[in-house]
Design a protein around this ligand. Structure first.
Ligand code: F7E
Length: 342
C-alpha cells in the first residue's frame, strides 16, 4: 500500500486529493491546522476519519523531520500555504515564512530523512503576474506582483533547485485558479456563488466585490488533483501548467452565477460606481468597493496546458458555465440542508 502525505489536507485541494488517493488504495496522512478548521470539506466528501491526521507545521523543522521519520511516505503533496493573495499584502513576512521558507524546511527534511520520496509543490499562475496578454506556458517569464506570488516564486525555484542539486524527485504544478464548492468564501468565486444563492432565497440583500474586470482562467478543482497525481507517476520529474486555456472576467462570473440562481442582471454605472441590478425587481444586488481591490493586481491570467495534455494525458473537462452552475447548486443544497437541520 502506497503512503501519501498531504500538507494542507483540509483545504480545497487537500480534500479532493485525499479522496482521490483513498480511491486509489493509498494510505493518506494529512497535516493541517488543528481544531475543526476545514473538517467540513472532508465531511462533505464523505472521507471524514479516513485521513490519518498528523502534526506537521512548516515553521518547525524538527516537527517536519519527526513526521517524515514516522510515516516514511512514498509521495508528499505540499498545499500548506497562506493562500490568500490580498492577505499577503498585510502579512508579507508570515506569508514568506510559510510559502517560501516552509518549502525549504520540507525539502531539507525530505533530503535527510526520505530522499526517495516523490515531492509535489503547488506553484501558482500568480508567478506570471502581468506578463502580456497571451496564454502562459512553462517557458513564460515570471513577474510576481504580490508578496504571495514572490514567496511562491521562491518555493518554485527551491523545488527545482533540490531536483537539480540533489536529484530529488521534486515537481511543481503551475496551477491556474481552480474552484469548487469547497473553496473558502475569501475567494471571489465561492463568495459570489454563495451570495447569488442567498440573494435568490431572500437571505442576503447584495454582494460587494472589488475589480470586476480582472480575468481568471477558472477550472474545476476536483479534476486538477488528478493532474497533480499524474505528475508524480512519470518516470522523470518535470513541471507542468494545469489550466483550462479560457479566461473570464469577474463580471462574467457574477452574471453566470446569478443566472444559475434565476436572477438576470443588468449593469449600470462605471468603476467604483458600477452596480449589478436584478432586472426583474430593480434592486441593486452587486456593488463595488475599493476595500476588495489589491495594492497591485494581476489583471489577466490564461494558461496553456498543452504540455500536461500531451505528456500526462490530463485535460480539464468542466467548462466555465458548468463550473459556476455546480457551485451555485451546491450553495442551494447547503441552504436546503440547513433548513432541514433547523
Ligand atoms: O481573486 C478579483 C481579485 O481571491 C480572483 C488562490 O487560490 O488563485 C487564487 O488567487 C480575482 C482577483 O483568487 C473580489 O482582485 C474581485 O483578480 O478568488 P481570488 P486569486 O487571488 O486569483 C491563485 C492561482 C492562487 O494561487 C491563490 O492561492 O478576483 N476580485 N472582487 C475579488 N477577489 C476576492 N477574493 N474578493 C472580491 O470581492
Amino acid at each position: 500500500m502506497k503512503k501519501a502525505l498531504i500538507t494542507g489536507s483540509r483545504g480545497q485541494d487537500g480534500s479532493y486529493l485525499s479522496r482521490f488517493l483513498l480511491g486509489k488504495g493509498y494510505k493518506v496522512y494529512g497535516a493541517d491546522r488543528g481544531g475543526d478548521t476545514g473538517i467540513w470539506r472532508l465531511r462533505e466528501l464523505g472521507i471524514e476519519g479516513k485521513v490519518k491526521e498528523i502534526s506537521l507545521d512548516l515553521l518547525e523543522p524538527t516537527n517536519i523531520m519527526d513526521a517524515l521519520e514516522k510515516i516514511r511516505p512514498d509521495e508528499i503533496y505540499n498545499f500548506a500555504a497562506q493562500s490568500i493573495v490580498k492577505l499577503s499584502f498585510d502579512q508579507p513576512v508570515l506569508t514568506g515564512e510559510i510559502n517560501a521558507l516552509g518549502v525549504t524546511r520540507l525539502l531539507e527534511a525530505i533530503r535527510k530523512v526520505c530522499p526517495r520520496a516523490r515531492f509535489f509543490q503547488a506553484s501558482t499562475a500568480e508567478l506570471f503576474g502581468s506578463t502580456g496578454s497571451a496564454q502562459r506556458n512553462e517557458t513564460t517569464a515570471f513577474h510576481p506582483k504580490s508578496p504571495y506570488a514572490v514567496a511562491k516564486l521562491y518555493a518554485h525555484w527551491i523545488t527545482v533547485n533540490y531536483r537539480q542539486a540533489y536529484g530529488l524527485y521534486a515537481v511543481c504544478a503551475i496551477l491556474f485558479n481552480h474552484e469548487s464548492p469547497l473553496r473558502g468564501e475569501e475567494f471571489v468565486t465561492r463568495k459570489i456563488a454563495a451570495a447569488a444563492a442567498r440573494i435568490s432565497r431572500g437571505l442576503q440583500q447584495k454582494v460587494v466585490v472589488g475589480n470586476l474586470d480582472a480575468c481568471r482562467d477558472w477550472g474545476y478543482a476536483g479534476e486538477y488533483v488528478e493532474g497533480m497525481w499524474r505528475m508524480l507517476q512519470k518516470p522523470k520529474a518535470d513541471d507542468y501548467i494545469l489550466a483550462t486555456g479560457k479566461t473570464h472576467t469577474v463580471r462574467e462570473f457574477i452574471e453566470a452565477a446569478f443566472a444559475a440562481a434565476g436572477i438576470k442582471l443588468a449593469w449600470r454605472g462605471k468603476g467604483l460606481g458600477e452596480k449589478g441590478v436584478a432586472s426583474a425587481s430593480g434592486k441593486t444586488v452587486v456593488e463595488v468597493s475599493k476595500d476588495f481591490y489589491r495594492p497591485a493586481e494581476v489583471e489577466r491570467l490564461q494558461g496553456n496546458s498543452s504540455k500536461a495534455v500531451n505528456k500526462l494525458g490530463w485535460k480539464p473537462k468542466t467548462k466555465f458555465k458548468k463550473l459556476v452552475a455546480l457551485m451555485v447548486e451546491a450553495e442551494f443544497s447547503r441552504l436546503d440542508k440547513k433548513k432541514v437541520n433547523l
